[in-house]
Write a protein that binds this ligand. Structure first.
Ligand SMILES: Cc1cc2nc3c(=O)[nH]c(=O)nc-3n(C[C@H](O)[C@H](O)[C@H](O)COP(=O)(O)OP(=O)(O)OC[C@H]3O[C@@H](n4cnc5c(N)ncnc54)[C@H](O)[C@@H]3O)c2cc1C
Length: 397
């Protein structure tokens, strides 16, 4: 039997997992990666004995659920331990602070103290984020492969969140947060998911159902860090018989009769295949390489809105550093506080409010020795100068 072939551009998590599933489904699969190591954004690097780990603060579904099955199939769960935080982050403004914690009672108490006038809305928020989880209704099976019993199982799983769909189907978190009377809560609730440098434009409120469970208590930090997770998937791909080529930059996509039939490498070589998957930067493919020839209004709008929103947020990398607790970009102040343009509930800019989102919370960042630690994942974390790092070795394959 002639194997059908797939060429995949990019060995980030998307490309690597596409490659694994291509092999599991009998395709001859080749991944072309321009870097010398696989992983893409899911990476870490070492300088002067310290490892800077930028991704994987949470591996969604590391404890259970459909995504857990996917990680298992991709070889990520094998011999891997996870740390589970009890708080997602703390949002501060002056003396006011809100810890977004998984303890439902504590979360509600804080909200009620911060703004008694918003008691009803606060309770609604807590009920939603600590309530039934959307993940349970998810299926990894493509609809065309689902059997009647799969549909029945999915329908039963959707039942507990049907009310949520009815109530919040058309609402975004930005709109929901805008209903709070208290200005700090208006910002803090939105920042649960949408912050400067990491904008989640028009984030659907339904996706917040059970968010604290699916994203905090059931999503762990992988011990060993991001790079090891990427290496595990790369290993799985190779064990499945996939061909992973590093230092292979793709310069062009070969198109015949409006169909991608392969790619052209920067060194002039060509790789032809029945299917082509681009798992690199979407804008580069759609607008640069393909010259915008295959876009519709929907795609154009998505790129336009995302780009505008990303550009307008202040000190993107600095905020990420502060919020994620891993890296401190040079733009951040010594206290890690960043002035940034706040947004009102409708998403438009209002005033300049110094608001800080710390992740993980300060209390959990003290190590036993008293040094400030970036996360309580059990590793040896320290804050040195402008950077917060974890000392461990990352050895490329
Ligand atoms: C600071 C930070 C924290 C994060 N935290 C989390 C988290 O806690 N949990 C979570 O689930 N996700 C997290 N993410 C997101 C997650 O890391 C990314 O969504 C994911 O790694 C993206 O994978 P990808 O394969 O889509 O893209 P990428 O990782 O960008 O991979 C694309 C790959 O394609 C290659 N490539 C591009 N162009 C070419 C070309 N022309 N030829 C050959 N190769 C090419 C690139 O070198 C790269 O390796 C975080 C991201 C960041 C930046």
């Amino acid at each position: 039997m002639n194997e059908k072939s797939i060429v995949i551009v990019g060995a980030g998590m998307a490309g690597l997992s596409a490659g694994c599933y291509a092999r599991m489904n009998g395709y001859k699969a080749t991944i072309l990666e321009m870097h010398s190591i696989p992983g893409g954004l899911c990476t870490a690097w070492t300088r002067k004995g310290y490892t800077f780990d930028i991704s994987m603060h949470m591996l969604t579904g590391s404890k259970s659920g459909p995504l857990h099955d996917m990680w298992r199939e991709l070889g990520v769960m094998e011999n891997r331990q996870f740390h589970y935080h009890s708080e997602m982050c703390t949002i501060e403004s002056g003396s006011r602070r809100l810890s977004l914690c998984t303890d439902r009672k504590r979360l509600e108490e804080q909200l009620l103290v911060l703004s008694p006038a918003d008691a009803e809305l606060s309770r609604e928020f807590v009920r939603l984020v600590c309530g039934p989880n959307m993940m349970g209704a998810m299926s990894l099976k493509p609809a065309e492969l689902a059997t009647p019993s799969d549909f029945l199982r999915m329908s039963l799983a959707i039942l507990p969140v049907l009310g949520t769909f009815r109530r919040y189907g058309k609402q975004t978190i930005q709109e929901f947060a805008g209903r709070f009377q208290d200005s700090f809560l208006r910002e803090a609730i939105r920042m649960t998911i949408d912050g400067p440098g990491w904008p989640m434009v028009r984030f659907p409120m339904v996706a917040m159902a059970g968010f604290f469970k699916s994203s905090i208590s059931e999503s762990g930090v992988p011990r060993g860090g991001s790079q090891q997770v990427a290496y595990a998937v790369a290993e799985r791909f190779k064990k499945l018989g996939g061909d992973l080529r590093l230092r292979a930059r793709v310069a062009d996509v070969l198109v015949e009769n409006n169909r991608a039939v392969g790619v052209k490498l920067a060194d002039g070589g060509e790789v032809r295949a029945d299917e082509v998957i681009w798992a690199g930067d979407g804008h580069r493919l759609i607008f640069d390489i393909l010259g915008g020839r295959y876009v519709d209004d929907k795609i154009r709008r998505m790129y336009d809105e995302w780009t505008r929103s990303d550009r307008s947020s202040t000190s993107a990398s600095a905020w990420r550093g502060t919020c994620q607790g891993n890296l401190r970009a040079s733009a951040s102040s010594s206290t890690g506080r960043l002035p940034w343009p706040a947004r009102n509930g409708s998403g438009s800019r209002s005033s300049t409010t110094p608001l800080t989102r710390r992740w993980p919370p300060r209390a959990s960042r003290r190590s036993k020795s008293g040094t400030r630690a970036a996360t309580n994942t059990g590793g040896n974390w320290r804050r040195t100068g402008r950077a917060t790092t974890r000392k461990r070795n990352v050895s490329p394959n």
